[in-house]
Every structure is written in C-alpha cells, then in structure tokens.
Design a protein. Structure first.
Ligand SMILES: Nc1ncnc2c1ncn2[C@@H]1O[C@H](COP(=O)(O)OP(=O)(O)OP(=O)(O)O)[C@@H](O)[C@H]1O
Ligand SMILES: Nc1ccn([C@@H]2O[C@H](COP(=O)(O)O)[C@@H](O)[C@H]2O)c(=O)n1
Length: 223
C-alpha cells in the first residue's frame, strides 16, 4: 500500500451492506471506518429528543448549532454519542429510521454534514479511512483514491434486512426499505455509479466474498 493516506468512498442503497462490509474491510486493511448515516440518524435522535418536529426544516437547522455529536472511527471501537448519551443502538430503532430522511433532505443540514465528514476524514491517523453513505463518492470525497458503489438486488437487500429485524413482518421491512430509498433518491443518486466509480454487486456473493471484493479493489488500486 502506498505511503499516502488512502480514502475509500462507498455508497449504496439501504441494506446493501455498506456499514457491515465497510467496517470489516477497514479492519482488514488497518484503516479507520466512518459511518456517515450515523450522523444523520444521531441528528434525528437529537431533534426528536428535543421535541422538535422532524419535518420543520427551520427548527432542524436551528438544532444543528448545538448538536454535540461524536463517533468512534476505530472499526473495533465503534460508538455514536450525542453529548454524554451513547446512542449507538438507539439510532437504529424504527422510530429513527422512519424520520431520518426528513432530516437528510434539508440542504443546510447536508452542507454541515459534508463539512463534518470531511473533517473526520482529515483527522484520521491510520493509513486510510473507509467512509460509507449515499453521497461520499460524489459530494464528500469525489477525489477519493477508491470509489465504490456497493449494491445488491432489492430482493436480496430486503431478505438480509428482514433476517436481522425481529418483531416486524418481512413485507413491512421491505416496504420501509424501498420507501426510504425512494425518499433519499430525490436528494442524491446512489443507485447509479458516477464516472470512475467501481460497482460491487453482492447479490450473489456472501458476506466474506463481498468484503474480499472491496479489499482486493482497494489493494489493487492503491498498491
Ligand atoms: N454479501 C452479503 N451477503 C449476506 N448478507 C450480507 C451481505 N452484505 C451484508 N449483509 C448483511 O445484510 C444486512 C444489511 O447490511 P448493512 O446494515 O451493513 O447495510 P447498510 O447498507 O449499511 O444498510 P442501511 O443503509 O440501511 O444502514 C446485515 O445483516 C449484513 O450482515
Ligand atoms: N451520506 C449519507 C448517509 C446517510 N444519509 C441519510 O441517512 C439515512 C441513514 O443512513 P444509513 O446508512 O444509516 O441507513 C439515510 O436513509 C439517508 O437519509 C444521507 O443522506 N447521506
């Protein structure tokens, strides 16, 4: 691997494996790992906690100024905090997933988030960082040495997501996943690979094969 700090940008739709695959790939590469969706989710949690309507864009923007967000970027020590509260698990709750797109569609929120993600990338002291989300290959880090669109068929993504969620029917989980993609797609394009972005389609790959595909791509590009 070259001596320069390597930035790996990964985008993709909900349930495509961005967080789990990116974290495992970062671990294997000895890189940091940044989950950008966690910041939008944590802001949604913070806004709900303050009793603010997530559809009130002005109130959400006002909340940004005091948003005390921290994230762990060591893939072996992942956490998300808002102030002193550990929200690592809470931000995955369905009540957050249901409203996070309201927050993410506000342009002023996106501007602040892009600044935040870039500052985390700049602060990374490992040989590289894998950052994943929806607009990392196109907006946050279009100059990243390695840019990947991680995808899988909607059927595969729904099956994987419903396998990890208990207490909700597969059909409800599937509807929520496609509805969130539809809302998020109005704001950024994470369904089509931009010029220079490699597509990794995991529909017919198992988890380890997908991680290997990402790691091999990084090594072959950077070495
Ligand atoms: N290639 C694969 N084969 C089988 N299961 C996979 C594969 N890739 C990921 N998974 C599993 O699919 C599920 C969804 O993955 P993950 O949460 O990483 O997706 P995501 O893209 O980050 O989703 P979201 O955007 O909704 O947060 C997890 O249970 C993960 O272990
Ligand atoms: N770069 C990003 C990352 C995320 N979002 C928004 O956050 C939501 C949660 O993301 P997950 O990856 O944790 O599912 C997602 O649905 C988007 O609304 C984003 O806009 N840009």
């Amino acid at each position: 691997m070259s001596g320069a700090h390597t930035v790996v940008a990964i985008d993709g739709p909900a349930g495509s494996g961005k967080s789990s695959v990116s974290r495992a790939a970062a671990r294997e590469l000895g890189f940091d790992y940044q989950d950008s969706g966690a910041a939008y989710r944590a802001l949604a949690w913070y806004v709900l906690d303050a009793g603010i309507d997530t559809e009130d864009a002005d109130a959400v923007i006002a909340a940004l100024d005091g948003f005390p967000y921290t994230i762990g970027i060591d893939p072996d020590d992942y956490f998300v905090r808002v102030g002193d509260t550990d929200v690592t698990e809470a931000i995955r709750e369905p009540r957050i997933t249901a409203v996070v797109s309201h927050i993410a569609r506000v342009p002023a929120v996106r501007v602040r988030m892009v600044e935040l993600f870039r500052s985390v990338i700049a602060a990374s002291i490992r040989p590289g960082i894998v950052t994943e989300g929806r607009d990392i290959t196109t907006v946050v880090s279009p100059q990243a040495q390695v840019r990947i669109l991680l995808t899988a068929s909607e059927e595969a993504r729904m099956a994987r997501r419903s396998a990890e969620i208990t207490g909700q029917s597969a059909s409800d989980v599937g509807k929520q996943l496609s509805s969130r993609d539809a809302q998020d797609s109005k704001v950024v394009d994470f369904m089509n690979a931009a010029d220079g972005v490699h597509t990794v389609d995991s529909t017919h790959l198992d988890f380890d094969q997908t991680v290997s595909a990402v790691v091999d791509l990084v090594r072959s590009t950077v070495e």
